[in-house]
Ligand binder design. Structure first.
Ligand code: 73E
Length: 820
């Protein structure tokens, strides 16, 4: 593979041999899963050679390396993506065809590794792809959860969560690295001991529990450049007798406790997106992978360097949100307690090494750990944070004398809580938001005090996505068409897509482009038929909203609008209406009641409308079960309209919006997150924008909200739709089923503000925008132009661009080159 000529016969032989040796079977007898394993292992052979070559290069050149610390890596399936990046997809497909094996079916046998919730975890995965493709040395560091994101089943319209045992049959691409295992300690006490020789206090942790962190490495393959980086995810095991110190040996109760701790720690991914759960186990997970990763990183650094005071010259650590912020204190701990640095020296290194990315301004997502829990679980780490806080507050006081209000707002430890974002900002040498608007809101609202004091740290890095997975793999028809028209440079330089602009006035090109979308819609229609049992018309408008379910993302607004359209069609059967298929896909956090009610509502509305023969199929509503990376690829490719309708100011960036754009679906959205930049690139005439601006939303919020009753009592269409939540229309006469959703719009129960997310406020403007979509779609060629313009203008949204900006402005990494 790669530039070595692909040896088709040898590859086929290898697959046969693998099946024979692993399963004592012939190809004909093997199950789909077994064939997947056999093919993957054959592919892995080649990967390993390049992995070794990359390693050797790193050994030789000693380049500066980024360690991307993240609680989540939403990788999706590896086989197809690896083949794409090895530039071997088509050859392998052909080889397997000759053996009577369908590569697509083999790919479908792979469990979808879902070690992430949504955008944040998928961003980490896209970043790893781009880092390897651009030839930058990088490690992803995370947790090897036994159970990833739950599988979603819909039963009677309700979400049911099913455990995702993704490792059941083993993961063919990973390699266990026992030799790099590290001990991680929790709890106990810290004894301070004066050392008369060094004249320093030593801090000794005692009576702790510990677990053994064992790394598993997964290859991250660059596109066509032979670079193979590493995603290192940590498993936890009980410390065996061998590792215990004499003091603890023979302590049975302690041994059992440690065994349980190890089992628990990596058991499951917390399924909360944009939400802080505040669970002790989550803090343990965070410390577990941070401590193991930093210990390993220091060992690796010290193999070549004897002065840890220069760590930042070879190492940079990016913290993906605040979840890995313990890295600040753990690095201080290792540098002081293990490497013998003085506080000031350790602080100097740490603050030149760690950087922080903020992904949300949602108050409920901010991590604040109770001091008692924190200090009990991580006594030495807590001491260090206290000292960081003490010194920082001194600085604030000297900079702003007498301004105790500011001190209170900025402190790291305050009101019995440890504020992780404050720690990350104080220690980080860079603080970035993930879209221009988001960064501006951070600077001027949420993090204003910090921006005032240290403006030089703040910068923006607008998110991006990898075109290798989301076009080349997910939409091969369009990918081939683009290549036919402009060559294949776009695969590693998405800005070249702008060359497609010359085809917007070429009727033949537009016709081909439209036909591809139609074929992709057929593929999705088949998927929907197979998994939902619903027939949808591929000629209808595919209007899609797929993302995590959250109130601020406003799936509720979307479905209320569907209810409104349905009323209109029922009232005016003669009215012209372009057939529309509303497609939803979304997982709700298991404990997020209102999000789950919204899923039930969508399914109830689907039931009523899809079964109403009188509307002649003008509207169909589909809720796609278990939205995940693998079916996302099929969905993006088939979309006509991309719904990005969050309340302005709430969605930090969004990345689904970019995947739709790449696949030629215009945005129907608010001026929020990266939508702003999408509109800037594509032109407002090629998008459908509506709703309050972020300034307007923030203004309302600062003045106690707005009064939804003014709308509810004055707009009869809206009142009718809202009342249908509690009149039994969508609940077989049950008036209570959607009472909470109704109340959330119009009733102020207790402290909650009615319509916190401005759904009624934006409703008319949304309905108007939807009307404009319909009008525009009727002009088939005009629509195709808009869609093609979206593809042609998506260049900015490649994660290759994002990563290059991180490298230029923050990380300053060295390039690596691996010869074939
Ligand atoms: O706007 C998205 C953004 O595109 C944002 O909501 C998401 O991150 C994406 C990538 O930058 C995000 N996820 C979380 N916070 N922001 C989060 C918070 C806690 C747990 C899990 C995820």
């Amino acid at each position: 593979m790669y530039s070595k000529r692909f040896e088709k016969e040898a590859f086929k032989e290898e697959v046969k041999n693998n099946i024979k040796n692993l399963y004592r079977k012939t190809i004909e007898e093997a199950t789909g899963r077994q064939i997947f394993q056999a093919v993957s292992l054959a592919v892995k052979e080649t990967i390993i050679d390049y992995w070794l070559a990359t390693q050797a290069e790193m050994e030789k050149e000693d380049p500066k390396t980024v360690y991307y610390m993240s609680m989540e890596f939403l990788m999706g399936r590896a086989l197809g993506n690896n083949l794409i990046n090895m530039t071997a997809y088509k050859e392998v497909k052909e080889a397997l065809d000759e053996m009577g094996i369908d590569l697509n079916a083999v790919e479908d046998e792979e469990p979808d590794p879902a070690l992430g919730n949504g955008g944040l975890g998928r961003l980490a995965a896209c970043f790893l792809d781009s880092l390897a493709t651009l030839g930058y040395p990088a490690y992803g560091c995370g947790i090897r959860y036994r159970y990833g994101m739950f599988k979603q089943k819909i039963e009677n319209g309700y979400q049911v969560e099913v455990p995702d045992n993704w490792l059941k049959d083993g993961n063919p691409f990973e390699i266990r690295r026992d030799e790099y295992a590290k001990e991680v300690r929790f709890g106990g006490d810290v004894r301070i001991e004066y050392d008369p020789v060094t004249k320093r206090n030593n801090f000794i942790q005692e009576n702790y529990s510990s677990v053994l962190a064992v790394p598993y490495d997964m290859p991250i393959i660059g596109y066509g450049n032979h670079v193979v980086n590493t995603l290192r995810i940590w498993d936890a095991e009980a410390i065996t007798d061998f590792h215990l110190d004499a003091f603890n040996r023979g302590d049975y109760r302690h041994a059992v406790e440690q065994e349980n701790l190890a089992k628990m720690i990596v058991d499951v991914l917390y399924p909360c997106d944009d939400h802080y759960a505040g669970k002790e186990l989550r803090l343990k997970q965070q410390y577990f992978f941070i401590s193991a990763s930093l210990q390993a990183l220091l060992v690796r650094y010290k193999k070549k360097h004897d002065d840890v005071r220069k760590l930042h010259e070879k190492v940079t650590i990016q913290m993906n949100d605040t979840h890995p912020t313990l890295a600040v204190a753990e690095l201080m701990h290792l540098l002081i307690d293990q490497e013998g640095l003085e506080w000031d020296e350790a602080w100097d290194v740490t603050t030149k090494t760690v950087a922080y990315t903020n992904h949300t301004i949602m108050a409920e997502a901010l991590e604040k750990w109770p001091v008692d829990l924190f200090s009990r679980l991580l006594p030495r780490i807590y001491q260090i944070i206290q000292e960081i806080d003490r010194r920082f507050i001194e600085q604030v006081r000297s900079r702003y004398p007498g301004d105790e209000g500011r001190v209170a707002r900025m402190a790291i430890i305050r009101d019995g809580q440890v504020k992780m974002a404050h720690l990350a900002i104080v220690a980080g040498y860079s603080v970035n938001g993930v879209a221009r608007l988001h960064t501006e809101i951070l600077k001027h609202e949420e993090l204003k005090d910090f921006y005032d004091m240290m403006p030089e740290k703040f910068n923006n890095k607008t998110n991006g996505i990898t075109q290798r997975r989301f076009l080349m793999h997910g939409n091969p028809l369009l990918a081939d068409w683009v290549t036919k028209r402009i060559g294949d440079g776009w695969i590693t330089d998405l800005s070249q897509m702008s060359r497609l602009k010359k085809y917007v006035d070429d009727p033949k090109a537009l016709a081909e482009f439209r036909e591809i979308k139609y074929q992709n819609k057929l593929r999705l229609a088949e998927y929907i038929k197979k998994y939902n049992g619903i027939e949808v018309d591929p000629r209808s408008i595919f209007d899609v909203q797929v993302k995590r379910l959250h109130e601020y993302k406003r799936q509720f607004l979307n479905i209320l609008h569907v209810m409104y359209l349905y009323n209109q069609i029922k009232d005016h059967p003669e009215m012209y209406f372009y057939p529309r298929t509303f497609i939803f896909g979304a997982k709700a956090a298991a404990g997020y009641v209102r999000a789950k009610e919204t899923i039930k509502l969508i399914n109830s509305v689907a039931d009523v409308i899809n079964n109403d023969k009188s509307i002649n199929g003008k509207i169909k509503v589909v809720f796609i079960e278990d939205y995940r990376v693998s079916n996302a690829e099929i969905i993006f490719a088939a979309a006509d309209v991309s719904e990005q309708i969050s309340t302005a100011s709430k969605e930090a960036s969004g990345t689904g919006n970019m995947k739709f754009m790449l696949n030629g679906a215009p945005t129907l959205g608010t001026m929020d997150g990266a939508n702003v930049e999408i509109v800037e690139e594509v032109g407002i005439e090629n998008a459908f924008i509506f709703g309050l601006s972020s300034d307007e939303v923030i203004n309302f919020e600062n003045n106690g909200g707005y009064n939804p009753a003014d709308i509810y009592f004055n707009d009869w269409d809206i009142k009718r739709v809202v009342d249908q939540l509690i009149d039994g229309t969508y609940s077989n006469g049950d008036r209570e089923m959607y009472r909470d959703l109704y109340d959330s719009l119009v009733n102020t129960h207790g402290q909650e503000r009615a319509d916190r997310y401005f759904i009624l406020k934006d409703f008319r403007s949304y309905a108007d925008a939807q009307k404009r979509v319909e009008e525009a779609y009727k002009d088939r060629e005009g629509w195709a132009k808009k869609a093609l313009m979206n593809v042609a203008c998506c260049g900015k949204f490649s994660s290759d661009r994002t990563i290059q900006e991180y490298v230029d402005d923050i990380w300053h990494l060295d390039h690596i080159k691996v010869d074939a």
